[in-house]
Design a protein around this ligand. Structure first.
Ligand SMILES: Nc1ncnc2c1ncn2[C@@H]1O[C@H](COP(=O)(O)OP(=O)(O)OP(=O)(O)O)[C@@H](O)[C@H]1O
Ligand SMILES: [Mg+2]
Length: 430
């Protein structure tokens, strides 16, 4: 099974499209009302009346545009991101200033009028082609006859036909159908692309959004690293450091007693040896938490297989990566799998689990699934949340699909360029 992300398929079935087109055409004309209200409200700011008007109309227009973004994404196969400046500054006047200086507000208004003209025409044409097909197909059935034997044509008579000649309209239906087949969806797509160019973010808005995302992920990475350092410091302070202090004390006391009371000195030395070995094992655990030796020695594949073997149930492992990812990526992938698997052991009551790791489209695709009870959630402070943040530092994502009756699937994607994959096994913790 591949987990590659592809452009989402068309959401709407072919036969639903004419009705959606009709609906969009009606909405396009409704949009004129939003256009007029906004255009009237802006100059009225000078006499203050415009302010309450805009406080209502701008959010209403954004809501209207957002509904279209969602609907039209189905035709282009890609979501149309919301380009608005976020977050609006607190305070009504500041909010108004942010909103009115946001180019997206004005592009929405331009879209309203373009949609009411070009968009309306494209949608209506797409709908009319299909409706014409239906109309001319049933046309012969609509031709009636009065008790006097006079033929009456549908809708007052578009053409002068009688019952038999009305069948001549059937080829017209077929021609309309063929045109609709060839052009109906394209017309809707053209409308969606037109809307996308006005409703989607501009290149500079995309860059601003990206900068904001990077700033957020950098802040989170710094936080995570600081928290990790504090954890290591605490572990060393409460663990190895305390044991070594006890060890040093015991050795000092044993040194004093060795001549006076050799038996007591021997007991203290035994205690010191125990402290030393506990400190050593705590230090080993700590090192394993920072960079597991198995990962350094055997790479992601070996380390994940070792994780799978330590599970109390059967875990199928499929790994297909053409080399070793860079150490930080490998480490993030390993800890992500370890957390998902640890959760499966702790909560899922599963009898089977599976791990798939592939490399496609310059990304590591990692899937960890179990056939357990489901109900996994990402909640702040939890391990899954931590992994999500950790992957975000690499521009990676984590998605949990876990309905209440199971199964649970944790899907993770981690950017990893093919050129960064090492074909020779790396050694040590480079
Ligand atoms: N595979 C799973 N099957 C069923 N429930 C799960 C599964 N994974 C997670 N959960 C549920 O989702 C919750 C969140 O998991 P998460 O790993 O984020 O936190 P945690 O395991 O409770 O804490 P931590 O990871 O810090 O020990 C868990 O408390 C558990 O109820
Ligand atoms: Mg957990």
């Amino acid at each position: 099974m591949t987990i590659a992300t592809q452009a989402p398929p068309m959401r709407y079935p072919r036969l639903a499209q004419p009705w959606i087109a009709l609906f969009l055409a009606v909405l396009a004309e409704l949009g004129i009302a939003f256009f007029v209200l906004n255009v009237v409200a802006v100059p009225l700011i000078a006499v203050w009346v415009g302010i309450p008007m805009l406080l209502v109309f701008v959010p209403a227009t954004r809501w209207f545009a957002n509904c279209h973004r969602t609907m039209l994404a189905g035709f282009t196969g890609e979501p149309i991101p919301r380009p608005y400046k976020k977050p609006p500054m607190p305070g009504i006047l500041k909010w108004l200033r942010t909103t009115l200086t946001d180019p997206a507000t004005w592009r929405d208004i331009v879209w309203l009028i373009v949609n009411a003209t070009i968009g309306f025409t494209l949608c209506l044409l797409s709908a009319v082609l299909f409706l014409a097909t239906l109309f001319y197909l049933v046309y012969p059935l609509l031709v009636g006859v009065t008790p006097e034997g006079v033929f009456t044509e549908p809708f007052g008579g578009l053409f002068t036909v009688n019952f038999w000649t009305s069948f001549l309209m059937v080829p017209v239906a077929l021609i309309a159908f063929m045109i609709w087949q060839a052009a109906g969806e394209r017309l809707l797509k053209a409308n969606a692309f037109m809307a996308r160019s006005l409703l989607g973010p501009t290149e500079s808005a995309k860059l601003a959004l990206r900068v904001r995302e990077l700033a957020e992920s950098r802040a989170e990475t710094v936080d995570t690293q600081a928290a990790e350092l504090r954890r290591i410091e605490r572990d060393l302070h409460d663990g190895a450091q305390a044991r070594l202090a006890a060890l040093s004390m015991n050795l000092g006391m044993a040194e004093e007693m060795v001549n006076r009371d050799p038996a007591q000195a021997a007991a203290l030395l035994t205690e010191a040896r125990e402290s030393a070995s506990t400190a050593l094992s705590e230090l080993r655990d700590l090192v394993r938490g920072i960079h597991p030796p198995v990962l350094a020695d055997r790479g992601l594949e070996g380390a994940v297989k070792a994780l799978a073997l330590s599970c109390p149930f059967k875990v199928d492992v499929t790994i297909d990566i053409p080399g070793r990812p860079a150490a930080p990526v490998e480490s993030a992938a390993y800890f992500a799998v370890a957390e998902a698997l640890a959760n499966a052991v702790k909560y899922s009551a599963a009898t089977n689990a599976w791990i798939q790791i592939t490399h496609e489209q310059e990304k590591l695709h990692i899937l960890v699934g179990d056939d357990g009870i489901g109900g996994a959630v990402i909640r702040p402070g939890g391990g899954l949340y931590g992994i999500e943040r950790r992957l975000a530092a690499f521009d990676g994502t984590l998605t949990v699909v876990s309905p209440s009756a199971g199964p649970t699937t944790v899907i993770m994607e981690l950017p990893c360029e093919s050129s960064s994959l090492k074909t020779t096994p790396s050694s040590g913790t480079d």
